[in-house]
Ligand binder design. Structure first.
Ligand SMILES: Cc1cc2nc3c(=O)[nH]c(=O)nc-3n(C[C@H](O)[C@H](O)[C@H](O)COP(=O)(O)OP(=O)(O)OC[C@H]3O[C@@H](n4cnc5c(N)ncnc54)[C@H](O)[C@@H]3O)c2cc1C
Length: 296
């Protein structure tokens, strides 16, 4: 009988946990192992405990279009709760929200012509995605004469909220921004020509994320999960991949799935990173953070 193929998943954030869970369930001939450098799974999706209560302090929930996430949480015994989401950005003259006409702010009234023009531009981007895929949203808006206030106070904070892209937000691809407004399969908020956001869409609040990811890694037939174990280098050879951790322990795997943040992926790949992997980050961290790159 031939030995089971060994696959290592590096990183136990949302991407690594989902990859390990589904691989272990769907391919029993593969022995799946996970290395996570932190003491708990979840990555940036963390849960804090205080006085008998818990709260998710970063990642909060998702939209009905998150079919896979919702199904995965339910498969692990957690049911995301439906909520109506209200948002507020800025204060005083820079304040705006999605409460609807009742609480329309001065900023929304002042920028309304640009909100309408933004909708037209999004439709064009959605119609010709291949033309715009490599164009960062901030650059596109600048080329089309949108004001700094509209870009910095409305579009970029909202995009950062959608994707958690921090200071890389201006580089998110215009096509991805258009999709989350207009594509029924990816939509987070519906676009509104008067208010930018339709008021209070249905969303889902996640259960305690640390528990969800812990049970995801416990439930499935994953061979081994190592916390506090950091992959420091990978060395692909003709017979598979050698991976070395922070204590210089070296192990052999047939395949490795990199599910870390993009910077660590690039460090581990070094000069072996392809052009797309090296330059993928500038189309938005959505591509680099949510994708798992497999290196054989
Ligand atoms: C503040 C914030 C709020 C967000 N809110 C939402 C939200 O409400 N809804 C939503 O859907 N999305 C949200 N997002 C986006 C979403 O959380 C992320 O896209 C997703 O959690 C990223 O998961 P990941 O597995 O790709 O990366 P990460 O969570 O970064 O996981 C990578 C893992 O790899 C580990 N690692 C790194 N290097 C190594 C190494 N060398 N060896 C071993 N392990 C390593 C890390 O410790 C980490 O656990 C938010 C993001 C942020 C930052």
């Amino acid at each position: 009988m031939s030995p089971r193929r060994r696959v290592l998943v590096i990183g136990a954030g949302a991407a690594g946990c989902a990859a390990a869970w589904s691989l272990a369930r769907s391919a029993p001939a593969i022995a799946v192992e996970v290395w996570e450098k932190a003491a708990v799974p979840g990555g940036v999706a963390t849960t804090q405990h205080w006085n008998g209560y818990w709260f998710n302090d970063g990642v909060q929930g998702g939209a009905p279009s998150y079919h896979n996430t919702l199904r995965l949480h339910e498969a692990c015994g957690f049911r995301p709760r439906p909520v109506h989401m209200t948002i507020n950005f800025g204060k005083g003259p820079t304040w705006w929200n999605n409460y609807g006409q009742a609480l329309e702010t001065a900023l929304i009234r002042r920028l309304r012509p640009e909100i309408k023009r933004f909708g037209e531009l999004l439709k064009r981007v959605n119609r010709f995605p291949w033309l715009y895929i490599c164009i960062p949203i901030a650059k596109l808006l600048r080329w089309h004469g949108f004001s700094t206030d509209f870009v910095n106070l409305m579009v970029l904070p909202l995009t950062a909220l959608f994707f958690g892209t921090g200071n890389q937000t201006p580089k998110v691809s215009a096509v991805i921004v258009a999709r989350v407004f207009l594509d029924p399969h990816m939509r987070l908020f519906a676009y509104d020509p008067d208010l930018l956001l339709s008021s209070q869409p249905l969303m889902f609040a996640f259960d305690a994320l640390e528990q969800i990811y812990t049970s995801m890694l416990q439930q499935s037939s994953i061979e081994r999960v190592c916390y506090g174990r950091e992959a420091c280098s990978i060395e692909p050879l003709s017979d598979g991949v050698w991976v070395t951790d922070q204590r210089q322990r070296r192990e052999h795997f047939d395949q490795v799935i990199l599910a870390t943040d993009a910077e660590t992926c690039l460090q581990l790949l070094g000069s072996r990173a392809s052009f797309m992997e090296r330059h993928g980050a500038w189309t938005g961290s959505l591509l680099s953070r949510r994708d798992c790159n497999t290196y054989r």
